[in-house]
Design a protein around this ligand. Structure first.
Ligand SMILES: [Zn+2]
Length: 295
């Protein structure tokens, strides 16, 4: 599994390098697709590779508010997509509208998985041997409505199309106000899972039942693991394995720049409000489904 995550890191680093001249305003269209163009390009990519990729659009809504999320499924042999013996990975991007770089990373990863793009210095046979064992579901843009607000000029909008932070709308510690709570930025909604986008993600996670879920954000250099809602990590061997893996990735690919540990324990280390959240920095957030991600 380390090789797969290494592959993700390679993809992100090479993309980050290409985007290093990005600025906050205006959105540089030489660097960032519009949401419509990006999703259209991803669907076209899927249609060029029906042997490996499938795409579905999940829609729901309530109280006059509608949301839809595109989900791409990758399996090197499409007929084995439902093979439950394979290792299942869920990768989600664009939960916060302003974090444009993350959705570009999703496109880059799908381009590599489809073998339209390649990573330098990666042994293809070894990578394919790993990919043979996997089913990967990619949510390239979780918060399409929020992203459209950003594209309409609200450049630092992180919430969904009706002002709810999708990263505060899960059920663990819902509505809990931390010391630095910002009622505007962190509006948790009217209740847990009140938002269509969160409902879709929850259902996707429950049905796909991933072994690993990586929730990709931008804004700080961090590799977070559970818990996000408290200042500790779980006990036991799986937790140690996760920490070991993240540490290895940090050492090998991030020059030890990343914070590693519980999201909840690390939040005081860097004030997100003082960081350029639209920058290219990639944060990885592996977390358990029942845990509420923090950022
Ligand atoms: Zn975020």
């Amino acid at each position: 599994m380390a090789s797969l995550l290494s592959f993700l890191i390679f993809a992100s680093l090479s993309l980050a390098h290409a985007k290093s001249n990005s600025t906050l305003t205006p959105i540089n269209r030489d660097l960032y697709h519009s949401s419509a163009d990006l999703l259209e390009e991803i669907k076209a990519l899927v249609h060029r590779h029906p042997d490996k990729l499938t795409v579905e659009t999940i829609k729901t809504g309530n109280k006059g508010y509608k949301a839809e999320i595109t989900v791409v499924t990758y399996c090197r042999s499409r007929k084995e997509t439902d093979d439950r013996s394979k290792f299942r990975i869920l990768l989600s991007f664009g939960q916060h509208g302003r974090e444009l770089i993350t959705t570009e990373l999703a496109f880059r990863i799908l381009s590599i998985l489809s073998e339209e793009q390649f990573l330098p210095d990666v042994d293809a046979a070894s990578l394919n041997n790993t990919l043979d064992k996997l089913v990967i579901k990619v949510v390239p843009m979780e918060n399409v409505n929020g992203r459209k607000l950003v594209e309409g000029g609200d450049l630092c909008e992180r919430r969904n199309g009706r002002g709810v932070d999708l990263n505060r709308n899960w059920s663990v510690d819902w509505g809990k106000k931390e010391k630095d709570y910002d009622p505007y930025e962190e509006n948790p909604g009217t209740g847990p899972f009140s938002e269509p986008e969160t409902q879709i993600m929850r259902k996707l996670a429950l049905t796909f039942d991933p072994h690993i879920w990586v929730n990709v954000h931008s804004g700080m250099e961090a590799l977070f693991m559970p818990y996000d809602h408290r200042n500790t990590t779980p006990d036991g061997a799986p937790s140690e394995q996760m920490r070991s893996l993240l540490s290895k990735l940090n050492n090998v690919h991030f020059h030890k720049h990343c914070i590693i540990g519980s999201g909840g324990g690390s939040v005081g280390f860097v004030s997100l409000q003082t960081k350029n959240l639209c920058s290219f920095n990639i944060s990885y957030f592996p977390f358990f489904l029942e845990r509420q991600p923090l950022f």
